[in-house]
Design a protein around this ligand. Structure first.
Ligand code: ZN
Length: 413
Protein backbone atom coordinates (compact mmCIF):
# COMPACT_ATOMS: atom_id res chain seq x y z
CA UNK A 1 0.00 0.00 0.00
CA UNK A 2 1.60 3.25 -1.19
CA UNK A 3 0.22 6.65 -0.25
CA UNK A 4 1.51 9.88 -1.76
CA UNK A 5 0.94 13.11 0.15
CA UNK A 6 1.58 16.06 -2.10
CA UNK A 7 0.99 19.80 -2.37
CA UNK A 8 2.49 20.28 1.07
CA UNK A 9 5.11 22.20 2.96
CA UNK A 10 7.21 19.80 5.05
CA UNK A 11 8.42 20.51 8.59
CA UNK A 12 10.71 17.55 9.14
CA UNK A 13 11.09 17.82 12.92
CA UNK A 14 14.77 18.84 13.01
CA UNK A 15 13.90 22.49 13.48
CA UNK A 16 14.90 23.42 9.92
CA UNK A 17 12.57 25.67 7.95
CA UNK A 18 9.70 23.96 6.10
CA UNK A 19 10.22 23.17 2.42
CA UNK A 20 7.88 22.33 -0.46
CA UNK A 21 7.70 18.69 -1.46
CA UNK A 22 5.82 15.41 -1.20
CA UNK A 23 6.03 12.34 0.98
CA UNK A 24 5.60 8.78 -0.17
CA UNK A 25 4.42 6.33 2.51
CA UNK A 26 4.74 2.60 1.94
CA UNK A 27 2.88 0.47 4.49
CA UNK A 28 3.88 1.83 7.90
CA UNK A 29 7.04 3.70 6.85
CA UNK A 30 8.09 6.81 4.98
CA UNK A 31 9.50 5.48 1.71
CA UNK A 32 10.67 8.80 0.31
CA UNK A 33 10.72 12.53 0.93
CA UNK A 34 10.54 14.12 -2.52
CA UNK A 35 11.68 17.65 -3.20
CA UNK A 36 11.82 18.07 -6.95
CA UNK A 37 8.80 18.40 -9.21
CA UNK A 38 9.90 15.70 -11.67
CA UNK A 39 10.26 13.11 -8.90
CA UNK A 40 6.89 14.07 -7.46
CA UNK A 41 5.20 13.93 -10.87
CA UNK A 42 6.58 10.48 -11.61
CA UNK A 43 5.84 8.98 -8.17
CA UNK A 44 3.21 6.25 -8.24
CA UNK A 45 0.90 5.35 -5.37
CA UNK A 46 -2.36 3.56 -4.58
CA UNK A 47 -3.81 6.73 -3.09
CA UNK A 48 -2.88 10.37 -3.46
CA UNK A 49 -3.63 12.84 -0.69
CA UNK A 50 -3.74 16.50 -1.70
CA UNK A 51 -2.41 18.55 1.21
CA UNK A 52 -3.89 21.79 -0.17
CA UNK A 53 -0.72 23.69 0.75
CA UNK A 54 -0.82 22.66 4.40
CA UNK A 55 2.15 21.70 6.57
CA UNK A 56 3.10 18.06 6.95
CA UNK A 57 4.95 17.34 10.20
CA UNK A 58 5.78 14.43 12.50
CA UNK A 59 3.19 13.37 15.08
CA UNK A 60 3.51 15.00 18.49
CA UNK A 61 5.00 13.28 21.53
CA UNK A 62 3.92 14.11 25.09
CA UNK A 63 6.68 13.42 27.63
CA UNK A 64 4.65 13.68 30.86
CA UNK A 65 1.32 11.95 30.34
CA UNK A 66 -1.31 10.87 32.87
CA UNK A 67 -4.02 9.00 30.97
CA UNK A 68 -5.59 7.89 34.28
CA UNK A 69 -6.00 11.44 35.48
CA UNK A 70 -9.56 11.35 34.27
CA UNK A 71 -10.42 14.80 32.97
CA UNK A 72 -10.28 15.55 29.27
CA UNK A 73 -11.65 18.18 26.93
CA UNK A 74 -14.55 15.76 26.37
CA UNK A 75 -15.38 15.00 30.01
CA UNK A 76 -14.43 16.73 33.25
CA UNK A 77 -14.35 14.76 36.50
CA UNK A 78 -14.46 16.77 39.70
CA UNK A 79 -13.20 13.92 41.87
CA UNK A 80 -9.57 12.94 41.33
CA UNK A 81 -9.86 9.27 42.34
CA UNK A 82 -12.37 7.37 40.20
CA UNK A 83 -13.93 3.94 40.79
CA UNK A 84 -11.88 1.25 38.96
CA UNK A 85 -14.39 0.67 36.12
CA UNK A 86 -14.71 4.40 35.44
CA UNK A 87 -10.94 4.84 35.67
CA UNK A 88 -10.41 2.34 32.89
CA UNK A 89 -13.07 3.98 30.72
CA UNK A 90 -11.44 7.37 31.30
CA UNK A 91 -7.94 6.10 30.48
CA UNK A 92 -9.05 4.49 27.24
CA UNK A 93 -11.00 7.62 26.29
CA UNK A 94 -8.03 9.85 27.11
CA UNK A 95 -5.75 7.78 24.88
CA UNK A 96 -8.11 8.38 21.97
CA UNK A 97 -8.45 12.08 22.89
CA UNK A 98 -4.67 12.54 22.77
CA UNK A 99 -4.47 10.89 19.36
CA UNK A 100 -7.40 13.02 18.13
CA UNK A 101 -5.30 16.06 19.10
CA UNK A 102 -2.23 14.97 17.17
CA UNK A 103 -0.30 13.10 19.87
CA UNK A 104 0.84 9.89 18.21
CA UNK A 105 3.20 8.94 21.10
CA UNK A 106 3.17 9.43 24.86
CA UNK A 107 5.48 8.67 27.78
CA UNK A 108 3.58 7.95 30.97
CA UNK A 109 4.48 9.87 34.11
CA UNK A 110 2.50 7.47 36.28
CA UNK A 111 -0.97 6.07 36.71
CA UNK A 112 -3.66 6.15 39.36
CA UNK A 113 -4.62 2.53 38.77
CA UNK A 114 -2.54 -0.57 38.56
CA UNK A 115 -2.35 -2.61 35.35
CA UNK A 116 -4.47 -0.17 33.33
CA UNK A 117 -1.72 1.35 31.21
CA UNK A 118 0.02 -1.91 30.40
CA UNK A 119 -3.27 -3.37 29.16
CA UNK A 120 -4.02 -0.17 27.25
CA UNK A 121 -0.56 -0.07 25.63
CA UNK A 122 -1.01 -3.65 24.43
CA UNK A 123 -4.47 -2.84 23.04
CA UNK A 124 -3.13 0.20 21.18
CA UNK A 125 -0.22 -1.82 19.75
CA UNK A 126 -2.66 -4.49 18.58
CA UNK A 127 -4.86 -1.89 16.86
CA UNK A 128 -7.81 -2.68 19.15
CA UNK A 129 -8.27 0.86 20.42
CA UNK A 130 -6.99 4.24 19.18
CA UNK A 131 -4.28 5.97 21.15
CA UNK A 132 -0.68 7.14 21.15
CA UNK A 133 2.21 4.69 21.15
CA UNK A 134 2.50 4.42 24.90
CA UNK A 135 5.36 3.85 27.32
CA UNK A 136 3.20 2.49 30.14
CA UNK A 137 3.75 3.00 33.83
CA UNK A 138 2.03 2.04 37.05
CA UNK A 139 1.23 3.90 40.24
CA UNK A 140 3.43 6.87 41.00
CA UNK A 141 5.54 5.58 43.83
CA UNK A 142 6.21 7.53 47.00
CA UNK A 143 7.16 5.90 50.31
CA UNK A 144 4.72 4.95 53.01
CA UNK A 145 3.27 7.79 55.02
CA UNK A 146 4.77 10.56 52.89
CA UNK A 147 2.19 11.44 50.27
CA UNK A 148 -0.71 9.59 51.80
CA UNK A 149 -1.47 7.28 48.89
CA UNK A 150 -1.87 3.91 50.60
CA UNK A 151 -1.52 1.28 47.92
CA UNK A 152 0.00 -1.74 49.66
CA UNK A 153 3.45 -3.05 50.53
CA UNK A 154 4.80 -3.53 47.05
CA UNK A 155 4.06 0.08 46.23
CA UNK A 156 5.11 2.17 49.18
CA UNK A 157 7.11 0.11 51.70
CA UNK A 158 10.43 1.46 52.95
CA UNK A 159 13.98 0.24 52.43
CA UNK A 160 16.01 -1.11 49.49
CA UNK A 161 14.21 -4.47 49.45
CA UNK A 162 10.85 -2.75 49.05
CA UNK A 163 12.24 -0.85 46.06
CA UNK A 164 13.54 -4.04 44.46
CA UNK A 165 10.17 -5.72 45.02
CA UNK A 166 8.39 -2.79 43.40
CA UNK A 167 10.66 -2.85 40.33
CA UNK A 168 10.27 -6.63 40.00
CA UNK A 169 6.50 -6.28 40.22
CA UNK A 170 6.49 -3.55 37.54
CA UNK A 171 8.68 -5.61 35.22
CA UNK A 172 6.35 -8.60 35.56
CA UNK A 173 3.35 -6.36 34.80
CA UNK A 174 4.86 -5.14 31.52
CA UNK A 175 5.57 -1.61 32.75
CA UNK A 176 8.33 0.13 30.78
CA UNK A 177 8.92 3.18 32.98
CA UNK A 178 8.51 3.46 36.75
CA UNK A 179 7.65 6.82 38.26
CA UNK A 180 9.42 7.72 41.47
CA UNK A 181 8.34 10.78 43.42
CA UNK A 182 11.62 11.93 45.02
CA UNK A 183 10.58 15.48 45.97
CA UNK A 184 7.38 16.52 47.71
CA UNK A 185 4.91 18.78 45.93
CA UNK A 186 4.23 22.37 47.04
CA UNK A 187 0.97 22.46 45.10
CA UNK A 188 -0.39 19.73 47.39
CA UNK A 189 1.52 20.43 50.60
CA UNK A 190 3.20 23.87 50.79
CA UNK A 191 6.93 23.68 51.50
CA UNK A 192 7.21 19.98 50.72
CA UNK A 193 9.01 20.48 47.40
CA UNK A 194 12.16 20.94 49.49
CA UNK A 195 11.67 17.50 51.10
CA UNK A 196 13.56 14.40 49.96
CA UNK A 197 11.29 11.44 50.48
CA UNK A 198 13.61 8.53 49.60
CA UNK A 199 16.91 7.52 51.16
CA UNK A 200 20.07 7.18 49.10
CA UNK A 201 20.02 3.42 49.69
CA UNK A 202 16.43 3.20 48.39
CA UNK A 203 17.21 5.16 45.24
CA UNK A 204 20.39 3.21 44.62
CA UNK A 205 18.48 -0.08 44.93
CA UNK A 206 15.77 1.21 42.58
CA UNK A 207 18.35 2.31 40.03
CA UNK A 208 20.18 -1.02 40.03
CA UNK A 209 16.98 -3.08 39.91
CA UNK A 210 15.55 -0.99 37.06
CA UNK A 211 18.77 -1.26 35.08
CA UNK A 212 18.82 -5.06 35.56
CA UNK A 213 15.16 -5.39 34.57
CA UNK A 214 15.50 -3.07 31.55
CA UNK A 215 13.03 -0.52 32.94
CA UNK A 216 13.31 3.24 32.65
CA UNK A 217 12.89 5.60 35.59
CA UNK A 218 10.88 8.83 35.50
CA UNK A 219 11.30 11.17 38.45
CA UNK A 220 9.39 13.97 40.15
CA UNK A 221 12.22 16.22 41.36
CA UNK A 222 12.50 19.87 42.37
CA UNK A 223 15.73 20.50 44.28
CA UNK A 224 19.47 20.02 43.66
CA UNK A 225 19.58 17.09 46.08
CA UNK A 226 16.61 15.37 44.41
CA UNK A 227 18.13 15.96 40.96
CA UNK A 228 21.42 14.42 42.13
CA UNK A 229 19.56 11.34 43.43
CA UNK A 230 17.68 10.96 40.15
CA UNK A 231 20.91 11.19 38.12
CA UNK A 232 22.65 8.75 40.47
CA UNK A 233 19.82 6.24 39.97
CA UNK A 234 20.15 6.57 36.18
CA UNK A 235 16.78 8.26 35.62
CA UNK A 236 15.78 8.61 31.97
CA UNK A 237 13.59 11.64 32.47
CA UNK A 238 13.49 14.36 35.12
CA UNK A 239 10.33 16.39 35.64
CA UNK A 240 10.13 19.95 37.02
CA UNK A 241 13.66 20.61 38.47
CA UNK A 242 12.49 24.16 39.22
CA UNK A 243 14.89 24.81 42.13
CA UNK A 244 18.01 23.58 40.32
CA UNK A 245 21.13 25.57 41.28
CA UNK A 246 24.35 26.04 39.27
CA UNK A 247 25.77 22.69 40.41
CA UNK A 248 22.55 20.84 39.58
CA UNK A 249 22.48 22.46 36.14
CA UNK A 250 26.10 21.40 35.58
CA UNK A 251 25.21 17.84 36.63
CA UNK A 252 22.27 17.72 34.21
CA UNK A 253 24.46 19.08 31.40
CA UNK A 254 27.11 16.43 32.19
CA UNK A 255 24.39 13.79 31.65
CA UNK A 256 22.77 15.44 28.63
CA UNK A 257 23.27 12.50 26.30
CA UNK A 258 21.37 10.09 28.52
CA UNK A 259 18.66 12.19 30.18
CA UNK A 260 15.59 14.10 29.11
CA UNK A 261 13.97 17.01 30.94
CA UNK A 262 10.31 18.05 30.93
CA UNK A 263 9.57 21.13 33.05
CA UNK A 264 5.80 20.82 32.61
CA UNK A 265 4.55 24.38 32.22
CA UNK A 266 1.01 23.32 31.25
CA UNK A 267 -0.20 22.66 34.77
CA UNK A 268 1.38 25.85 36.10
CA UNK A 269 -0.21 28.12 33.52
CA UNK A 270 -3.57 26.37 33.86
CA UNK A 271 -3.47 26.68 37.67
CA UNK A 272 -2.85 30.42 37.37
CA UNK A 273 -5.70 30.79 34.88
CA UNK A 274 -8.18 28.68 36.87
CA UNK A 275 -11.06 30.31 38.71
CA UNK A 276 -12.36 27.49 40.91
CA UNK A 277 -15.65 27.53 42.82
CA UNK A 278 -15.38 28.90 46.40
CA UNK A 279 -15.23 25.48 48.08
CA UNK A 280 -12.04 24.55 46.17
CA UNK A 281 -8.90 26.19 47.50
CA UNK A 282 -6.23 26.48 44.82
CA UNK A 283 -4.18 29.17 46.57
CA UNK A 284 -1.21 26.87 47.32
CA UNK A 285 -1.28 25.53 43.78
CA UNK A 286 -1.38 29.03 42.29
CA UNK A 287 1.48 30.28 44.49
CA UNK A 288 3.58 27.26 43.56
CA UNK A 289 2.77 27.69 39.87
CA UNK A 290 3.81 31.36 39.85
CA UNK A 291 7.08 30.57 41.61
CA UNK A 292 7.88 27.67 39.32
CA UNK A 293 7.27 29.63 36.14
CA UNK A 294 9.49 32.44 37.39
CA UNK A 295 12.35 30.06 38.25
CA UNK A 296 11.96 28.10 35.01
CA UNK A 297 12.04 31.27 32.88
CA UNK A 298 15.79 31.35 33.61
CA UNK A 299 16.46 27.67 34.15
CA UNK A 300 14.92 26.15 31.02
CA UNK A 301 16.65 28.41 28.45
CA UNK A 302 20.02 27.74 30.09
CA UNK A 303 19.54 23.96 30.06
CA UNK A 304 18.44 24.08 26.43
CA UNK A 305 21.34 26.32 25.41
CA UNK A 306 23.77 23.89 27.05
CA UNK A 307 22.35 20.90 25.17
CA UNK A 308 19.92 19.26 27.60
CA UNK A 309 16.96 17.80 25.73
CA UNK A 310 13.85 19.70 26.91
CA UNK A 311 10.47 18.20 26.06
CA UNK A 312 6.81 19.16 26.30
CA UNK A 313 4.30 17.54 28.65
CA UNK A 314 2.51 19.44 31.41
CA UNK A 315 0.58 17.17 33.79
CA UNK A 316 -2.66 17.28 31.79
CA UNK A 317 -5.65 15.47 33.33
CA UNK A 318 -6.78 17.79 36.12
CA UNK A 319 -10.25 19.32 35.70
CA UNK A 320 -8.61 22.74 35.22
CA UNK A 321 -5.96 21.30 32.87
CA UNK A 322 -7.70 18.51 30.96
CA UNK A 323 -6.16 15.92 28.66
CA UNK A 324 -6.46 17.01 25.03
CA UNK A 325 -5.01 20.46 25.64
CA UNK A 326 -1.46 19.06 25.67
CA UNK A 327 -0.40 21.15 22.67
CA UNK A 328 -0.66 24.23 24.87
CA UNK A 329 2.80 23.31 26.19
CA UNK A 330 4.20 24.35 22.79
CA UNK A 331 2.88 27.87 23.27
CA UNK A 332 4.22 27.95 26.84
CA UNK A 333 7.69 26.94 25.60
CA UNK A 334 7.62 29.95 23.28
CA UNK A 335 6.06 32.39 25.76
CA UNK A 336 7.77 31.38 29.01
CA UNK A 337 11.02 29.69 27.97
CA UNK A 338 12.06 31.66 24.87
CA UNK A 339 11.88 28.83 22.33
CA UNK A 340 11.20 29.70 18.71
CA UNK A 341 8.12 27.92 17.36
CA UNK A 342 10.35 25.61 15.29
CA UNK A 343 12.44 24.75 18.36
CA UNK A 344 9.32 23.94 20.38
CA UNK A 345 8.01 21.76 17.55
CA UNK A 346 11.34 19.97 17.29
CA UNK A 347 11.22 19.23 21.02
CA UNK A 348 7.76 17.74 20.59
CA UNK A 349 8.74 15.58 17.62
CA UNK A 350 12.42 14.75 17.09
CA UNK A 351 13.29 14.76 20.81
CA UNK A 352 10.06 12.93 21.57
CA UNK A 353 11.11 10.11 19.25
CA UNK A 354 14.41 9.92 21.13
CA UNK A 355 12.61 9.78 24.48
CA UNK A 356 10.49 6.88 23.21
CA UNK A 357 13.75 5.02 22.57
CA UNK A 358 13.19 5.20 18.81
CA UNK A 359 15.30 8.17 17.77
CA UNK A 360 16.41 6.32 14.64
CA UNK A 361 12.87 5.69 13.38
CA UNK A 362 10.38 8.01 15.08
CA UNK A 363 9.91 11.76 15.32
CA UNK A 364 11.13 12.96 11.91
CA UNK A 365 9.76 13.18 8.39
CA UNK A 366 12.62 11.19 6.92
CA UNK A 367 13.01 8.20 4.63
CA UNK A 368 12.76 4.97 6.61
CA UNK A 369 11.04 6.52 9.59
CA UNK A 370 7.66 5.35 10.92
CA UNK A 371 4.84 7.24 9.18
CA UNK A 372 3.38 9.11 12.17
CA UNK A 373 2.37 12.28 10.32
CA UNK A 374 0.09 15.28 10.80
CA UNK A 375 -1.22 17.53 8.07
CA UNK A 376 -1.82 20.99 9.48
CA UNK A 377 -4.08 23.65 8.02
CA UNK A 378 -1.57 26.50 8.33
CA UNK A 379 2.07 26.88 9.32
CA UNK A 380 2.78 25.96 12.96
CA UNK A 381 6.38 27.18 12.59
CA UNK A 382 5.02 30.71 12.54
CA UNK A 383 2.23 30.10 15.09
CA UNK A 384 2.30 27.04 17.36
CA UNK A 385 -1.16 27.82 18.76
CA UNK A 386 -2.66 26.42 15.54
CA UNK A 387 -2.02 22.97 17.00
CA UNK A 388 -4.36 23.65 19.92
CA UNK A 389 -7.30 23.49 17.51
CA UNK A 390 -8.00 19.89 16.51
CA UNK A 391 -10.02 21.18 13.56
CA UNK A 392 -6.80 22.56 12.06
CA UNK A 393 -5.26 19.07 12.11
CA UNK A 394 -6.57 17.94 8.75
CA UNK A 395 -4.98 14.49 8.83
CA UNK A 396 -3.61 12.22 11.54
CA UNK A 397 -1.61 9.24 10.29
CA UNK A 398 -0.10 6.70 12.69
CA UNK A 399 2.14 3.98 11.31
CA UNK A 400 0.80 4.67 7.82
CA UNK A 401 -2.80 4.20 8.93
CA UNK A 402 -5.18 7.15 8.73
CA UNK A 403 -6.70 7.85 12.15
CA UNK A 404 -8.17 11.01 10.64
CA UNK A 405 -8.50 11.29 6.87
CA UNK A 406 -8.47 14.70 5.19
CA UNK A 407 -11.97 16.05 4.58
CA UNK A 408 -11.47 15.88 0.82
CA UNK A 409 -11.39 12.18 0.02
CA UNK A 410 -8.08 10.73 -1.13
CA UNK A 411 -8.01 10.39 -4.92
CA UNK A 412 -7.29 6.93 -6.25
CA UNK A 413 -4.52 7.21 -8.77
ZN1 ZN B 1 2.82 14.41 36.73
Amino acid sequence: MRQLIRNISIFDGTGAAPFAGAVLVEDDRIAAVLRDDAAIASATADTVIDGHGGTLMPGLVDAHTHLTWGSSVEKIYHQFILPPEELKVAAWRNARVLLDHGFTSAYSAGALGDGIETELARAIDAGQTPGPRLIPSTLERSPEGVEGVETGDVFNGRGPDAMRAFIAYCAAEGVRSVKLVISGEDALKPGSAQDIIYTDAEMQAAGEAARDAGLWIATHVYTPRAIAMALEAGARILYHCSFADAAAIDAMVANKDTIFYAPGPGVSVAALEASPPPHIDMSAMKASAAQRLELEARLVPELRRRGVRVLIGGDYGFPFNPNGRNARDLEHFVTHYGFTPAEALSSATMLGGQLMGQGDELGLVREGFIADLLLIDGDPTTDVTILQDAARIAMIMQGGRLHKAPASQPVTA
